[in-house]
Design a protein around this ligand. Sequence first.
Ligand code: FES
Ligand code: FE
Length: 380
Amino acid sequence: MTAGAAERTPSLLETLPGRFYCDPAVFAQEQERIFETLWCCAVRAADLDRPGAFRTVQVGRENVLVVRTREGALRAFLNVCRHRGARVCAEESGTVRRTLQCPYHAWTYDLEGRLVAAPNLARMPDVDREERGLLRVALREWLGYAWVCLAEEPPSFEDTVVGAATERLGDPAAVERYRAAELALGRRISYDVRANWKLIVENFMECYHCATIHPELTHVLPEFAKGFAAQYYVGHGAEFARGAQGFTVDGGAGFGRLAGLADAQDRRYYAITVKPQVFVNLVPDHVIVHRMFPLAVDRTVVECDWLYAPEVVASGADVSRSVELFHRVNVQDFEACERTQPAMDSRAYRRGGVLVPSEHHIRAFHEWVLTCLKPHMSEV
Ligand code: FES
Ligand code: FE
């Protein structure tokens, strides 16, 4: 077959061109226009369980420090010392006693980010303590997570996070009934995926691949085997297979239904996506939250939390069979993404690939990305 356009049907939808998945210039624009502009889900609030507990995460090109204050609030700052720019907290997580002290020259900040001490500070009248505190980052809490936004003027959290996540659920209150903020962490797995973040989103958006690579998932959710479902947003609640007792790797029983769920939510799987980097899966006895952290054009760390009723975790119950189901799905999905990444700069993919009808909604994601980048497309 020639590469000519004669074979192309006018209605055929194509993906973004290959370079959108492998060109560092495109990635730099995405970091600035998407990850440094929108709300990103950064840290599970309960991980910071005492004053001074902190966690650092990469958001766009910035390293962000989230810390629990003495009053019990969460604050987020750019993890950059205002003296000469060293990272204040070099570790990914930890607990400080009262202050955050830069390891370079010992400038010291309180948990509200104020500069409170520095060697010889009294002899440096030009250094304005108020002015030289850590730079604050906007922070909101929802679903038990701290969401941060690097924009000077963050977009409405209610519209772009809560509203966008719930608008297509048959029942917009359905998410709240899982009371994710009150659940306990049963397992966390971090996946270092050698693929562009958009490949991961696109994979999650379609279920054309489910019959091929997800035998355990389609066993529990037969609807997904047909290939028409969209894995990323299942607002209607996909019904469990008749023989499945729970959302586990072998369809065996899980745990008791979470308190507060409506009968209609029993034996059903819901999935919601919050652009740009969060996927939430809701099943009767647990909630799975994925947070993506794109680190390079071809590398994305995905942190996945399995959350259960506090009494389930406190009892020491074995959660491994329910963790194993979505862990396998993750491994299967991420392997598929890693299999496509090396071809993104092939001449065979210069114009991109094809979106079959059950993937047409991915076009809306591409249009969203292009809209975010549009004013700056000439730079990429
Ligand atoms: Fe932080 Fe000097 S760079 S104290
Ligand atoms: Fe999948």
